[in-house]
Write a protein that binds this ligand. Structure first.
Ligand code: SF4
Length: 389
């Protein structure tokens, strides 16, 4: 009898410098067409490959392509990108967190959440994160590497296929929303994230045909990148992880604030709202005795009053061993009232969102790849914020 394989390490450090294989999701539609022709295939194979990747079932064969050409096309345009390591389920099966292994052993996570009226995938844009927010599990491990556009799209395509197959309770359905609130700062991986988004938006067969309004990009406030995103002409939803209304505190909670302070971040956010007509979400993780005073709520309300915005208050979901804790229900309610007194729209994540929604943040890919864990442990792994859809 062969021995059981050794457990995977808690945190995997991949070899530096290796690049994910190029996949059709890394390329523009035109580039796929040109590459198909250059490889000696008729140009219409590009559309067949895209249709297969974006819209076929998970295990479906590439039958539209003759058998002789199938393998070569698969190898060149559809190399495997992510392998499922394991899946954790919560909320009676309507929440699924998947740990994926990339070609080089890098581990990343995504979370699929089904609600009565929508289904949302929370995706990672980087393995790890370089922003070093002290209350965030991902930030503690630093940046491992950027994900390729294909690796980002693959998380979404797999979720869309799961929904179509009816893997979550409620029968077959449609993936309606994507939130970039898993591991990483999406705007620090700008080009690949935008390439991925364009493939999500591209109509069938060349993409997933999603609505820009259903895609939320979350950022800690990389101001030049927010301006760049504003000028893309896409009506995406922008979420700014503010977490503090003043520079003194925000410098400690979101270290990049020392480079782009609150005023500059919000000015960029308001420009985004003006140009796109989209309401900007302000994410505020409420941390006990740190940023939850009424005085800070008042300051926040004053900053946001009269703007096209909505505040999402996130009761912090502490990671094990962390010194950061959630605010008391009373402090939370006083905070919300004080912001609302300025006429600012504000909501608190419900319990389910609290368990499963991935903020910019706390998906750390630090779970073991062998032993299943309890739903409570799953909840602790997951971020405290969530989709703004
Ligand atoms: S909160 Fe977001 S930006 Fe900050 S370290 Fe965590 S993943 Fe990075």
């Amino acid at each position: 009898m062969s021995a059981a394989p050794p457990p995977l390490p808690l945190v995997w450090t991949p070899p530096r410098g290796a690049k994910p294989p190029t996949h059709l999701a890394d390329l523009t539609i035109e580039q796929v067409g040109a590459a198909v022709v250059a490889a000696g295939h008729p140009s219409y194979r590009a559309e067949q490959l895209s249709r297969h990747y974006f819209h076929a079932g998970v295990d479906q064969e590439l039958t539209a392509v003759p058998r002789v050409a199938r393998e070569a096309l698969r190898e060149q345009f559809l190399p495997p990108l992510l392998t499922e390591v394991h899946e954790r389920v919560a909320d009676r099966g309507t929440t699924r967190k998947t740990l994926w292994r990339a070609f080089d052993g890098t581990l990343i996570e995504s979370v699929l959440m089904r609600y009565p009226d929508r289904a949302t995938i929370c995706v990672s844009s980087q393995a790890g994160c370089g922003m070093a927010c002290p209350f965030c599990a991902t930030g503690q491990g630093g940046l491992n590497r950027n994900l390729s556009a294909g690796e980002i799209v693959d998380q979404v395509v797999r979720a869309a296929k799961s929904m179509r197959a009816g893997d979550l309770p409620g029968g077959p359905g449609r993936l309606s929303n994507v939130v970039f609130m898993g591991m990483g700062e999406p705007l620090a991986n700008y080009n690949r994230v935008l390439t991925a988004i364009r493939r999500m938006l591209a109509p069938t067969p060349n993409g997933l045909g999603m609505s820009a309004r259903g895609i939320t990009v979350s950022t800690v406030g990389l101001v030049p990148a927010i301006h760049r995103l504003t000028d893309e002409g896409l009506a995406l939803t922008l979420a700014v992880s503010l977490h503090a209304p003043d520079d003194e505190l925000r410098d400690t909670l979101v270290p990049v604030n020392t480079r782009w302070p609150v005023r500059e971040v919000l000015d960029a956010a308001w420009r985004y709202a003006d140009v796109t007509g989209r309401r900007v979400s302000i994410e505020y993780a409420l941390i006990r005795d740190v940023n939850d005073s009424e005085q800070r709520a008042d300051q926040l309300g004053a900053l946001l009053a009269g703007r096209l915005t909505h505040v999402n208050v996130i009761p912090l979901n502490p990671t094990p061993g962390s010194k950061w804790d959630a605010s008391s229900p009373r402090a939370q309610s006083l905070f919300v009232d004080a912001v609302r007194a300025h006429g600012v729209a504000i909501t608190v994540r419900d319990t389910r969102g609290r368990e499963i929604d991935g903020a910019c943040g706390q998906l750390a890919a630090s779970v073991t790849a062998t032993a299943p864990r309890s739903e409570t442990a799953l909840a602790l792994d997951l971020a405290a914020t969530g989709p703004t859809a």
